[in-house]
Write a protein that binds this ligand. Structure first.
Ligand SMILES: NC(=O)c1ccc[n+]([C@@H]2O[C@H](COP(=O)([O-])OP(=O)(O)OC[C@H]3O[C@@H](n4cnc5c(N)ncnc54)[C@H](O)[C@@H]3O)[C@@H](O)[C@H]2O)c1
Length: 340
């Protein structure tokens, strides 16, 4: 295949970013855009004259010239569209989260493997240069054994009607935590509250317990007027922070911590605490656009048949976590064991 032809399904707030990104990528062309809203399609046609536009995604599924699809419709529609696309033999980059339930995610992951198509979820923060640096620092052992990770993700909107703030916002942090720790959590507990639409939590407070003892904490809200995207990773040898609102120096590495040693003397045993307060480093971080890096990885995955990051199985781990978060919120914060 000389040129990879793509169709983008969903041209609302986010879809046009995929259209722009893939249109500018060498070896790729966006030939088709699908949306239920004709007004949105008119705007796309004005920007990309000659674009094949339709209100029916099945038109793209039946078109042999379309090799791959980007699904950028509301989360509640992902499962049905992705399933039909896999059965039609199309490679898929599906926006986050992959779907609504763990059962749906397991189905999609299995179907993609069975039909030999690439299924990748747009967990775009896995392609964010600051997060890549954080992972590099953790993998190099600079922070030692990880003790906890915490994240805050707030902004005023966009307010969703189909999924809660965990599915829409905390998904990003869950994908990063799971990637850094190499596993989905074992146990989840969460509380949240709905102020705008009954049953759709606008704010969530999540606690995740990972194998090996690390704990994760996420606060996400679309009702908070201050845009915050921050993460802190604390290990027994040091800590690191990421702040997406600091584009020049998003990552800081702190040579700070506390050591506990058990000591014995004539009066018995006691714990000795020693704290150290060393340098703070601001490592150089590249400024590549995460959406472009994600698009490049998707193309590579189609060419090689290997999805290096954010494949169906990884996406299942994220959706299992989201499923458990919602179950815990419905039970007033009771812990939910994932997979139980
Ligand atoms: N990675 C990120 O940072 C990021 C940012 C924003 C949104 N998103 C994700 O992108 C997806 C879309 O979000 P959005 O903010 O663009 O939503 P949106 O509501 O602005 O746009 C969704 C579009 O999909 C269209 N649509 C709905 N059902 C359709 C169907 N069956 N066939 C064709 N078109 C259909 C709607 O008409 C609408 O234009 C969501 O999954 C969201 O989580 C990701």
């Amino acid at each position: 295949m000389d040129t990879l032809n793509l169709a983008v399904i969903g041209a609302g707030y986010w879809g046009p970013n995929h259209i722009r990104t893939f249109s500018n990528l060498s070896g790729c062309a966006v030939s088709t855009v699908i949306d239920l809203d004709n007004g949105r399609l008119e705007r796309i046609k004005a920007m990309y004259p000659g674009m094949n536009c339709s209100t029916d995604y099945r038109q793209a599924l039946g078109d042999p010239k379309v090799h791959a699809l980007v699904v950028s419709t509301p989360t509640s529609t992902h499962y049905a569209i992705a399933k039909e696309a896999i059965l039609a033999g199309k490679h898929i980059l599906c926006e986050k989260p992959l779907c609504e339930t763990a059962a749906q995610a397991a189905d999609l992951a299995a179907l993609a493997a069975e039909h030999h198509v690439v299924l990748m979820t747009g967990h775009v923060f896995l392609f964010n240069a600051g997060i890549l640096k954080l992972k590099e620092v953790v993998d190099a052992g600079t922070l030692g054994r990880l003790q906890y990770l915490s994240a805050v993700r707030t902004n005023l909107g966009p307010i969703r009607s189909d999924v809660n703030a965990a599915y829409d916002l905390a998904t990003h942090d869950i994908s990063v935590f799971n990637w850094i720790l190499g596993s989905a959590p074992e146990t989840v507990s969460a509380t949240g509250a709905s102020f705008i639409r009954p049953g759709v939590e606008d704010v969530v407070f999540i606690t995740l317990k990972y194998p090996g003892g690390a704990i994760g904490s996420i606060n996400a809200s679309w009702l908070d007027p201050k845009k915050v995207r921050q993460m802190t990773v604390v290990g027994n040898k040091g800590m690191a922070t990421w702040d997406d609102m600091q584009p020049a120096t998003p990552v800081a590495i702190y040579d700070k911590g506390v050591n506990v040693t058990q000591e014995y003397n004539d009066y018995g045993e006691f714990l000795r605490l020693s704290m150290w307060d060393g340098d703070v480093r601001l490592p150089k971080v590249r400024t590549d656009e995460p959406l472009k890096v994600q698009a490049q990885e998707f193309v590579k995955a189609i060419q090689s048949g290997i999805v290096a990051k954010s494949d169906g199985v990884f996406s299942l781990g994220v959706v299992q976590t989201l499923d458990a978060i919602t179950a815990s919120m419905r039970l007033g914060g009771s812990p939910i064991v994932i997979g139980s």
